[in-house]
Design a protein around this ligand. Sequence first.
Ligand code: FE2
Ligand code: FE2
Length: 189
Amino acid sequence: MKSKKSNTSKKKYKSSSKTNKNILEEIIRVDHAGEYGATRIYDGQIFIFGKNSKIGKTIQHMADQEQEHIETFEKLIINYRVRPTALLPLWNIAGFALGASTAIMGEKAAMACTVAVERVIGEHYKKQSKLLKDDQKKLRSTIKKFEKDELEHHDIGIAHDAEKTPGYSILSSFISLGCKAAIAVSKKV
Ligand SMILES: [Fe+2]
Ligand SMILES: [Fe+2]
């Protein structure tokens, strides 16, 4: 009798500490997509500024971290056998176009793009780490580390006068909305 009781409580503990499979797959799919998009945004900005310019070097530091993020998710996509989003070709073009077009508008606008994107991604990672249970401790700590990197990128943008871009609030809301839409579809499609 006694052992039966402890079995039940063990089972209960197990089910509450296990991450929902669909949620787990969506997390890996959307993060892979997002990190890919981030590398393309910074590629677009560096293409315009050149990697040897002062701003180019600052962006390169963030791009290097995005490279580490995408490589991690490329491994996770394989290890967890998750189908990548079918929209990667779109994020390839859209990410580069967003990066290049904001860079053409100037250094502050490029940084405004960084602030908007990284704020959305930072919040997105924060929400995700709450969805991951104890069976995904390693993934949860990876996401927490990346969240920290993204917030650092956000702060770099602020420190480079992103908010002084003419039309900052319109540009920022436009980019935030686009990122949120990209997140919503990349989970599923
Ligand atoms: Fe990232
Ligand atoms: Fe980032």
